[in-house]
Design a protein around this ligand. Structure first.
Ligand code: AKB
Length: 318
């Protein structure tokens, strides 16, 4: 049985990934950790929980030794929009956590899963069906940290034999924990506003196509990649994974099928628009599909239906 540590467990992905990992591998085999002590009840009491700053290498090392960890999911990240406001912090946190883990894994021998992102691509990258290997010159510090992280994962795998794995996530749509400070956040906020207020002001222009993925698929992608046969993995930096590509109009129209009086208007945030315009419209994820049988389950219509049903229940709305 795997012995897993999730760092950044209280974030958007971590809060749902940790619950699923505990279901699969057993509560006591999955240690959740976060810099915050105030985290949802399930995370703290559903299995071992540790408060740790990922930049504190000694404490991370102590936890890995204490719980005999063989697999780490490194979900610590400052996202694109916050990163542009605080570039120093984005670099320090996004690279610092990864470097600590890579260095510790040389001695303590554990596998590391680190998400990359569509943000690793930039304006000079081909926009449609963006290939696995292509031009990567991101225009944000978030993207710069993601490309650097990918290169480090490759380097540590080749030089030290570390079992590094990763996926390039699209924007993630979820209904448990809100994303914090990303460019794709509108695709989550729209559902809360549609259900509670029947209206939403979108900060990206119509026609802004971006790759998106529903959280159950994002969680499965991470777990399935870590379960994959290492001999079949042709890429140790990060695999493109995709599920759906839409613009704000398409999403609004999908929501209207369930909430007919929903109305959307636009107030463009130029800084976010510039970031979104520099990212792919859609990624080609055929390497993930070939190497480890990646398959998404949710498209825009099944995701929208499930989001609205789940959120209505949670928010107690009709
Ligand atoms: C962001 O918008 O910064 C993230 C991402 C696509 O990596 N959601």
């Amino acid at each position: 049985m795997k012995r897993i540590l999730v760092v950044g467990a209280a974030g958007q992905i971590g809060s749902e990934l940790t619950v699923k990992l505990r279901k699969i591998y057993g509560n006591s085999n999955v240690v959740a950790s976060d810099i915050k002590a105030q985290v949802p009840y399930d995370l703290k009491h559903g299995g071992p929980f540790e408060v740790v700053d990922c930049l504190n290498k000694q404490k991370i090392s102590d936890i890995i030794v204490k719980y005999n960890i063989d697999t780490v999911y490194n979900l610590v990240a400052i996202l694109s929009a916050v990163g542009e406001a605080k570039p120093d912090m984005a670099w320090k946190v996004n690279l610092g956590s990864l470097l600590n883990l890579l260095d510790l894994s040389k001695e303590l021998q554990f596998a590391i899963m680190t998400p990359s992102s569509i943000g690793a691509f930039g304006d000079s990258t081909p926009k449609d069906k963006t290939p696995q290997e292509t031009i990567m010159r991101p225009d944000t510090i978030y993207g710069v940290s993601k490309v650097s992280g990918e290169l480090l994962c490759d380097y540590y795998h080749k030089k030290y034999g570390i079992d590094t794995r990763g996926v390039r996530y699209p924007g993630i749509i979820s209904n448990v924990t809100m994303p914090g400070g990303g460019t794709t956040d509108y695709a989550v906020e729209i559902f809360y506003k549609a259900i509670q207020e029947r209206k939403f002001t979108c900060n990206l222009k119509p026609g802004t196509f971006l790759d998106m993925m529903y959280m159950p698929d994002a969680v499965d992608a991470a777990i399935e990649l870590m379960e994959a046969d290492p001999n079949k993995l042709r890429h140790r930096n990060a695999y493109n994974v995709s599920a759906m590509s839409f613009d704000p109009e398409m999403l609004a129209n999908e929501i209207k099928k369930h909430i007919p009086d929903f109305k959307m208007k636009y107030k463009i945030n130029n800084d976010l628009q510039k970031i979104a315009d520099s990212w792919p419209n859609s990624m080609d994820d055929s390497f993930a599909r070939e190497d480890w049988d990646w398959q998404h389950k949710f498209d825009i219509s099944t995701m929208t239906e499930d989001m609205i049903k789940t959120l209505k229940k949670r928010l107690n709305e009709k």
